[in-house]
Every structure is written in C-alpha cells, then in structure tokens.
Design a protein around this ligand. Structure first.
Ligand code: ADP
Length: 255
C-alpha cells in the first residue's frame, strides 16, 4: 500500500510537471510553426523539402504535447455512460492507421456487454496506448485482440470497490515481459524502448486514469508468449443514447 501511495504521489507530481512543461512546449511549437510558415514562401525550391519536413515534425510534436496535456489535466475527467462497442470501433479506426499489415486486429465483445462509466476520450486514449504497446511488442507481426466483457468484483481491488465492471482488454502474442520489467512498468518514465520511441509514461497514465475512474488495471505477461492488459471500468446503469456515444476525436502519435 505504501508503494502504491508513493507511486500515486510521484504520478501526481509528474502530472503537474508534465502539464506545465507541455503547455510551455505547445507555445514554443506554435511559435516555430508560424515562423516556418511565414518563411516558407521565401525559401528557394531546393530547400522547400526541408521546410516541409520541419513543419511536419513540429505538427507531430504538437500532437504528442496535446495528448500529454489531455492525460495530465486530471480535473477534466468527464465520466458518462459509454458503449464499449462504440469505443472499440473508434479505437479500431485509428489503429488501422498505426498498426501495419503484419499485425491483425480482432475484437471479442460479449453480446450482452454493459455500458461503462468513464470519460470517453480518456478511455479511448487509454486503449489506444495499450494497443500501441502491443504493436511495439510485435515487431515481427502478430495478433492483437481487443476484448470487452462484463465482470463482478467480489472483493475490493486497487482503487476499485466490489461491484459490477466492464473489462476492456488488449492482448498481444508479442515478446511479453520478464518479471523485472513487469515489476517496474507503473513507474513513471520507466521504458525499455529506444530513446525517442518511448516516454515510459503510457502505462502509468493509463493506470492513473483507471484508478481515478474508480476502476483498476491488471497486467498478465509471459516472456515469449505475450501480454494482456485489462482495464476494469465501473459499470454504468444504462447505455447512452446513440448520439452520446461518440468520443471526441483523438489523434495517434505518429511513429
Ligand atoms: P513506453 O511505451 O513509452 O515505454 P509504457 O509505460 O507504456 O511506456 O510501458 C513501459 C514498458 O512496459 C515498455 O517500455 C515495455 O518494456 C513494457 N510493455 C508495455 N506494454 C507491453 C506489451 N504489451 N508487451 C511487452 N512489453 C510491454
């Protein structure tokens, strides 16, 4: 419990730091963007490619920074009933762009799936984060399964009290994690990915979001076999009306 508290405090501090830095960075990137934009009609043709590439890089940076801002602005969570089918459909669309052909994506949704009570945009980003990790764990290709089922917690677990839950899961048959990695994945900034590839914030932020939503996250992983991350999200009383389903659009980090 003490470790969990320390982690929550670290994460809180990291969240505040991230929000501040992301905000300043965003302003800087906007300044660079306008500079490049104003410059671009005046550069000779042979340098145009360079300016275009710089603009694209700035846009990618801005996208990442916006996601960090969304994730670290904890107070803006707006939980409402979300249809897991709609959520997964939204993520699937984005995933098709991020996950290349060697990775096949399938969904496994219980026919009687209940609505979850979560912030739809954050939930979508959370699943997207897990899916990107899954993709990264399958460089040679593989199978990614996004599942949704109803479940009951008889005992409280993590931040989740006993009760009814909707479990969203992301499974891959990639590299899996050895125990010494699994032990550390919730540490902010812990990453095994190459510099510039991973921030080490993904799972900590997903865990923070889920805990703040009154749910819990479970990770099962075996080296050489794959990983399943499950998000236990509180169940909502009723499905949303169709028009309320759609989450705000989110964008993928370009990689
Ligand atoms: P990042 O993806 O930026 O490294 P995360 O917090 O999302 O940050 O993940 C931390 C580490 O956990 C990753 O660097 C990787 O070693 C491990 N990891 C996460 N998801 C998976 C997965 N699906 N399969 C294998 N390893 C994973």
């Amino acid at each position: 419990a003490e470790a969990a508290l320390r982690r929550a405090q670290t994460l809180e501090a990291v969240g505040q730091l991230t929000a501040g830095v992301a905000h300043d960075f965003n302003n800087l990137l906007q300044a660079i963007r306008s500079g490049l934009y104003l410059l671009s009609p005046h550069v000779p043709d042979r340098s145009r490619k360079l300016v275009d590439a710089s603009l694209q890089a700035v846009d990618r940076g801005a996208k990442l920074v916006r996601q960090l801002m969304v994730f670290s602005r904890r107070e803006t969570l707006q939980p409402r009933p979300v249809d897991p089918r709609a959520l997964i459909a939204g993520v699937g669309e984005l995933l098709q762009k991020a996950v290349g052909p060697p990775v096949s994506i399938t969904t496994d949704i219980a026919p009687d799936i209940a609505p979850a009570m979560v912030d739809p945009t954050q939930a979508e980003l959370a699943v997207l984060n897990l899916a990107i990790n899954a993709r990264d764990a399958m460089p040679q290709g593989g199978r990614l399964i996004i599942g949704a089922r109803n479940a009951r917690l008889e005992q409280p677990q993590g931040a989740a009290p006993a009760g009814d839950y909707v479990v969203l899961s992301v499974s891959d048959n990639g590299t899996g994690m050895p125990p010494e990695v699994l032990e550390r994945v919730l540490e902010p900034f812990f990453t095994t990915k190459a510099v510039g590839k991973g921030t080490g914030l993904g799972l900590s932020m997903v865990h923070g979001f889920v805990a703040q939503s009154g749910g819990d996250m479970r990770i099962e992983s075996r080296t050489g076999e794959g990983t399943t991350v499950s998000l236990w999200l509180p169940r909502a009383a009723a499905m949303p009306a169709a028009a309320e389903d759609a989450a705000d659009p989110v964008s993928l980090p370009a990689q």
